[in-house]
Ligand binder design. Structure first.
Ligand code: PMT
Length: 222
């Protein structure tokens, strides 16, 4: 029987508010991340899903933590990974489309049009995956599997390969979000697994559920 792994998955977008009714975000629906969480739980793993604002039901057997912003996602991911590491290592799969920037200030009340500037001051958000990668190397270097996603436009592999090395991942799942049937909001995806040594494994267009199964199998084997 295969060993149960503790798996932490991030999914969906983040929202970076500039006031209670306005935010910066992106079109991620969470489908890819929720499919991974569902498949991992179905295969008997212990799954924590850190989800940005999406309207999907929690997959059966999955522990879910809802967050809104990148900083909240970071805090929830670190907490889940630390808890998993204490019991012997885990896998972290980052499918979330985390906003790289947030407004420098968030007003407590709705901004009046007349009082808003046409220029938005931004601050850099933390990189959730990079931070978890550093933490994993400190906590349990031998027993952590780190999997990123790379949302690219055009040939996804070169950029994905750079991100895989920079974030020190076990592998990265590259997808071209401009291709029909791929990326944001679709039920299918066409992905390439890219490894730190530059090698790759290409898949045809398939359901996100099958993509999820391939990712979980790869983690079980590596
Ligand atoms: O949710 P769906 O509608 O199903 O859409 C799926 C998807 C298109 C969102 C998914 O397949 C995908 O490509 N996810 C990654 C999106 C992304 O932000 O990619 P990136 O290349 O900008 O980031 C690279 C990696 O770093 C990702 O694993 C990302 O989660 C992580 N990251 C990025 C920025 C940041 N501040 N923190 C991060 O953790």
């Amino acid at each position: 029987m295969k060993k149960s792994i503790r798996i932490v998955v991030t999914a969906g977008p983040t929202r970076e508010h500039l006031d209670p009714v306005r935010f910066l975000s992106n079109p991620s629906t969470g489908k890819m991340g929720f499919a991974i969480a569902a498949e991992a739980a179905r295969r008997g793993h212990d799954v924590t899903l850190v989800a940005g604002p999406v309207s999907l039901e929690t997959p059966r057997g999955v522990k879910r933590v809802d967050v809104v912003s990148a900083r909240e996602m970071l805090a929830a991911a670190v907490e889940a990974v630390e808890a998993s590491a204490a019991s012997g290592g885990c896998a972290f799969i980052a499918t979330a489309a985390v906003a790289d920037w947030r407004p420098a200030r968030c007003a407590a009340r709705k901004l009046k049009k007349g009082s808003m500037s046409a220029t938005l001051q931004l601050r850099r958000n933390p990189d959730v995956l990079k931070t978890v990668s550093r933490l994993a190397r400190r906590l349990a270097p031998a027993s952590f599997k780190l999997v990123g996603f790379a949302a690219e436009t055009g040939d996804p592999v070169a950029e994905a390969s750079r991100k895989c090395r920079e974030k020190r991942l076990s592998f990265i799942v590259a997808n071209d979000v401009t291709e029909k049937g791929c990326g944001f909001g679709t039920d299918t995806n066409r992905v390439v697994f890219v490894y730190p040594d530059g090698s790759e494994r290409r898949f045809p267009l398939m359901s996100k559920r099958r993509v999820a199964a391939n990712i979980i199998k790869e983690i079980e084997q590596c």
